[in-house]
Design a protein around this ligand. Structure first.
Ligand code: UFG
Length: 338
């Protein structure tokens, strides 16, 4: 298939682009590299031994998008592009609504003009908020608690309405839990700009001696060791979930939602221990107050994805830590050195 991947130079996008190429699909990436690097795609092309075209454009630019559709005639779109930092979204909500919500409307309009009827959308487990308790099944109520999460919830609603209005439109919403890990080659991984937002990226930099002061946010949650429980899922498993979803979209129009998680909760302290084992080093940390807005436990009920997509996350937390440590060792400055 010809697949247009928005945000394909980013963390999950680059791993998914590699899986697409490895499975014979043709890919054009649209990415304006605000939080990613073209080097990731050079490495993807090297690993796949196949070319991948990058169009440097913002998905919200209708004319640029239209030109890509006219030339490449994609049969499906995987839509990763978007901003993803919770804290930033509370400071710059309009930017989030423009780049995450308005740009998706432009994308859907362009797809309609060019008769492209299949879309896989990157959503997030953050949409579950605190309206119910883990494990979250796809029919649990959604109640995002910050502007970033609300953009995901809004786009889900827009996609549901668009699919209801156009029976030929085939939509897969994938709600990711906590993506971690790196490609086993050590050549692709997460390359956060500035201070990492996420636990494993921070832990990896502490282990490598690039940062001191890992803080564990909260140790009196109602969990076995008092620290927060999350559902960490290996990025290559996630990438493969997109291919399973693409297959299902071929079966006809409609709106479908699947959780992509491991279904196996791990605590902050378990993650730190697993990474210390993988990297063969000590990881100093301090227990501090809980981070505002965090929930005690967030993990997936994965039975729907298993049943309907035939997809499960095979890779363990230990493997994800080993792969991240390899990436960190081989590319200590991320993609910056080229
Ligand atoms: N944590 C620490 N110290 C840190 C960073 C995180 O103790 O320095 C803890 C958090 O309190 C939480 C766990 O590690 O218990 C995971 O935190 P992350 O920030 O890595 O991930 P979150 O679960 O908070 O957030 C992630 C994504 C968000 C998304 C959310 C819900 O980063 O984009 O999942 O899906 F919205």
């Amino acid at each position: 298939m010809r697949v247009l991947v928005t945000g394909g130079a980013g963390y999950i996008g680059s791993h998914t682009t590699l899986e697409l190429l490895a499975n014979g699909h043709h890919v054009v990436v649209v990415d304006y590299l605000s939080n990613s690097s073209a080097e990731s795609l050079r490495r993807v092309a090297g690993l796949a031994e196949r070319p991948v075209e990058l169009v440097e454009a913002n998905v919200g630019e209708a004319a640029a998008l239209d030109a890509v559709f006219a030339r490449f005639a994609p049969e499906a779109v995987i839509h990763f592009a978007g901003r993803k930092a919770v804290g930033e979204s509370t400071r710059l909500p309009l930017l989030y609504y423009r780049e995450n919500v308005a740009a998706t409307i432009t994308l859907l309009e362009t797809m309609a003009v060019h008769d492209c009827r299949r879309i896989v959308f990157s959503s997030s487990a953050t949409v579950y908020g605190s309206a119910s308790e883990a494990p979250f099944a796809e029919d649990a109520p959604t109640a995002a608690t910050n502007p970033y999460g609300r953009t995901k919830q809004m786009v889900e609603q827009i996609l549901a309405d668009a699919a209801a209005a156009d029976p030929a439109l085939s939509v897969a919403v994938l709600r990711y839990f906590n993506p971690i890990g790196a490609h086993e080659s050590g050549l692709l991984g997460e390359d956060p700009k500035g201070v990492p937002n996420n636990l494993l990226s921070f832990v990896a930099q502490v282990a490598a001696g690039r940062r001191t002061g890992l803080q564990v946010f909260g140790n009196d949650y109602p969990t076995p060791d008092g620290t927060g429980l999350r559902d960490y899922v290996h990025v290559v498993d996630l990438a493969q979930g997109h291919l399973s979803a693409l297959d299902r979209l071929g079966e006809g129009g409609g709106y479908r939602v699947w959780n992509l998680g491991s279904g196996r909760p791990a605590s902050v302290l378990q993650v730190i221990e697993a990474y210390a084992r993988a990297a063969g080093t000590r990881i100093p940390y301090r227990l501090v107050a809980a981070r505002p807005g965090d929930v005690a436990a967030s993990y997936a009920d994965v039975t729907k994805a298993e049943r309907e997509l035939g997809w499960t996350a095979h890779r363990s937390l230990d493997q994800a830590c080993a792969d991240t440590a390899r990436w960190q060792a081989g590319s200590p400055d991320g993609y910056a050195a080229g």
